[in-house]
Design a protein around this ligand. Structure first.
Ligand code: KG4
Ligand code: ZN
Length: 347
């Protein structure tokens, strides 16, 4: 089976064709970074227009690179939410049109489920597993029981983790997009120079908090003599921030592994990390150390499949299709769509 996937929920216009034997036949991602850079963040209206302008060409490229025609497809999947609604509408309408014209099933995929199931595209992994989902808009720990069954163990009580990276980058004058900029700057910095807090560490549960850490970075920057910061100061602050985030992840995921072990004592523990922030090398290393200590298998998909892409949407669509769970052409795009809620009609 082959499924065409379409992703338009944020600032990447993406299309991919994936086969059910886990072969990625094509995976085309057009980033809109240049359009949004002058504003220091994603502008929803600009994003929606850019998706509209580029999506047809990106789909054609994905089909060409896959070397298949529409007649070789078994379904068309699109991100149905959550995300910026203008972009989601462009992707969903396009997928529905292709499905209608070629008589194919349509699959509305939760973007977060795309991230959550990527590990099953890249690696041999069965349910259940523990998932750390860390992206620009989300920061959650979930027990993934099956396709469509996600039990939330904890989440952020303020900023998402990618948001914390993006805001810190802005504060340090490192530019946009923030996550990769912080990682690059941190590589040359001294992570021990600034003593930053590790919010919620040592406490019970699996929740996260990043706003206090962000404020601590701002105060540390304000105490430095140079404004703007010197590259060395910015690098040291970036490294100290990234180290704090790494420690927080280790602490929170450690608790989550304990809870997961209590409820799933029969299965060998697996921790999957997903979402754009999972591209960060230092954070992957921290999780690797934790998993080694805890005799847990860590699955971290390659960075290009951690950040937004359509291969993960095609794959999640395939997982639905294999279970016969297709969607009606009446499906309404959903700006909000919690992963632990199932596929209800209400937002
Ligand atoms: O999953 P994603 O591509 O889009 C969302 O669904 O949000 O995640 C984007 C987020 C952004 O906040 C970006 O700064 C962050 O992932 N990110 C990183 C890195 N690469 C992307 N954060 C830290 N280190 C990175 N290398
Ligand atoms: Zn994402």
């Amino acid at each position: 089976m082959n499924v065409l996937g379409i992703e338009t929920s944020c600032d990447e216009t993406a299309a991919a064709v994936v086969a059910d034997d886990r072969t990625i036949l094509s995976n085309v991602v057009l980033s809109q970074l240049d359009e949004h850079r002058p504003y220091g963040g994603v502008v929803p209206e600009i994003a929606a227009r850019a998706h509209l302008d580029h999506l047809d060409g990106i789909i054609k490229q994905a089909m060409d690179e896959a070397g298949v025609g529409f007649d070789a497809l078994d379904g068309v999947a699109a991100t149905g939410g959550p995300g910026l609604i203008g972009g989601v509408m462009v992707g969903v309408m396009t997928a529905k049109a292709i499905a209608a014209v070629h008589g194919l099933p349509f699959l509305a995929v939760n973007h977060l489920e795309g991230h959550a199931l990527t590990a099953r595209l890249t690696d041999d992994v069965d349910f259940p597993y523990l998932l750390l989902l860390v992206s620009g808009g989300h920061c959650q720990l979930l027990a993934v029981e099956d396709v469509g069954t996600y039990v939330r163990l904890g989440g952020t009580i303020d900023d998402a983790i990618g948001e914390a990276f993006d805001k810190t980058a802005k504060l340090l004058g490192l530019g946009y997009p923030g996550g990769p900029a912080v990682e690059t700057a941190a590589a040359a910095g001294d992570a021990n120079r600034f003593a930053l807090p590790r919010p919620l560490s040592g406490r019970a549960g699996c929740d996260f908090s990043f706003s206090g850490l962000k404020t601590a970075v701002r105060h540390a920057a304000a105490r430095l003599p140079d404004d703007p910061l010197t590259p060395d100061d910015a690098a040291d602050l970036a490294a100290s921030f990234q180290a704090a985030v790494g420690d927080v992840l280790i602490d929170r995921c450690g608790n989550a592994l304990d809870i997961f072990a209590q409820t799933h004592s029969a299965t060998a523990p697996v921790l999957v990390v997903a979402g754009g922030v999972a591209a960060n090398g230092h954070l992957r290393m921290c999780l690797g150390e934790l998993c080694e200590r805890r005799q847990t298998r860590l699955i971290a998909p390659p960075p290009a499949l951690c950040t937004d892409n359509a291969a993960m949407i095609a794959w999640a669509g395939l997982e639905h299709l294999r279970r016969g769970a297709t969607d009606s052409l009446d499906f309404a795009p959903r700006p909000r769509w919690p992963l632990d809620e199932g596929k209800g009609a209400a937002n």
